[in-house]
Design a protein around this ligand. Structure first.
Ligand code: AN7
Length: 345
């Protein structure tokens, strides 16, 4: 069941809203016991890479596109570090309206670019970073009367709250620590709002501490300083001027949480750890969460036994390049059993 159906009563939909559905949401919440034991916490991961376009963006995009249709929009437009464009293109294709996406040229993972193109979006590579592309997309939306489907669109954030609701329903409570990668800062804002909803509806009694992880080279919230030239291997979160900075800072402050930075090296090492010790392959931005936990653990700042949920926002298959440049190669053999048995030893 897609999120509009599963959570329709809590979302701003009317009889006139088309119930767009790619069966997004209802993603697995997986226990990662081997890694959790090592860190001394009870660790679960929300596998948002299991969404139809392979990232959490689908949760919000489904409502944004449904509302665009309801409002009679002729097309949708977005700027993106990759996943928003893949998601927008998928939903636009599903409902049959044009999609225009602006990408920072040369800085989008291969799988995401392939997705936007195969779904049939018009893809425009901007010689500039994401922050500039977003400004241009907003102006273009206004100039052409297209629906803007970045997270400046309030429906995106509202519908992304469903992730928090699902976690609470799976755990029967909220986690103690909610750890999430932060780029444009919409998702951390959405999750915090979602947890607060569930508390105000009497469905949970405690709220998690919100821990936002940024890449060291793109960390305006963690450092409190503007970041005009963001740079990180985790291209999804290569963002210097987050649109939802204010609500993200409030989420961390209200919840007793914090922002933390991790280096590209720590991100890649966490990606390997997740894959090889949990069987979970997530894209670099998502792995910033585990990198952050490892860092906090080394600093002795991880409460023993804390129920901790990391949001693995995107599928590892979206970005094979960062993996292939550092893993081993297959062992090449001929077609003899002798060579095979030798290779197996
Ligand atoms: C895998 O696609 O901004 O803090 O344009 O793709 O809500 O921005 C993607 C962001 C984390 C950060 N993990 O979420 C885009 C885009 C992954 C992401 C984030 C993104 P926000």
């Amino acid at each position: 069941m897609g999120v509009l159906k599963r959570y329709g009563e809590h979302l701003p939909i009317s009889e006139r809203t088309p119930l767009v559905n790619l069966e997004e949401g209802s993603t697995p919440l997986v226990r990662l016991d081997r890694i959790g034991d090592e860190l001394g916490i009870e660790l679960t991961a929300k596998l948002e890479g299991c969404n139809p376009s392979g990232s959490f963006k689908d949760r919000g995009m489904v409502l944004a596109v449904a509302k665009a249709l309801e409002d009679g929009a002729r097309a949708v437009v977005c700027a993106s570090t990759g996943n928003t464009s893949a998601s927008a293109a998928a939903y636009a294709a599903h409902v049959g309206i044009p999609c225009y996406v602006l990408l920072p040229s040369g800085k989008v993972a291969l799988g995401k670019l392939a997705q936007a193109l195969i779904y049939g979006a018009k893809v425009i590579a901007v010689e500039g970073n994401f922050d500039r592309a977003l400004e241009m997309a907003r102006e273009a939306a206004a100039a052409r009367g297209f629906a803007m489907v970045n997270s400046v669109n309030p429906y995106r954030i509202i519908s992304q709250k469903t992730g928090a609701w699902e976690i609470c329903e799976s755990l029967g409570r909220a986690p103690d620590l909610h750890v999430i990668p932060v780029g444009n800062a919409g998702n951390i804002s959405a999750y915090w709002a979602g947890y607060k909803d569930f508390k105000s509806w009497g469905k949970i009694s405690s709220l998690p501490r919100m821990i936002g992880i940024q890449a060291e080279g793109a960390a305006p919230l963690a450092t409190g300083k503007p970041c005009p030239n963001p740079e990180t291997i985790a291209t999804a979160i290569r963002i210097g001027n987050p649109v939802s900075a204010r609500t993200a800072l409030i989420a961390a402050a209200e919840s007793g949480g914090q922002f933390e930075t991790v280096t590209d090296e720590e991100i890649l090492s966490a990606q390997s750890m997740l894959a090889s010790r949990a069987g979970v392959f997530a894209e670099p931005a998502s792995c910033a969460t585990l990198a952050g936990l490892v860092k906090l653990s080394h600093a002795g700042k991880l409460p023993k036994g804390a129920k901790t949920t990391i949001i693995l926002t995107g599928n590892g298959l979206k970005d094979p390049d960062t993996v292939m440049s550092r893993v081993g190669r297959p062992i090449k053999i001929g077609d003899s059993m002798e060579e095979l048995l030798e290779a197996l030893s």
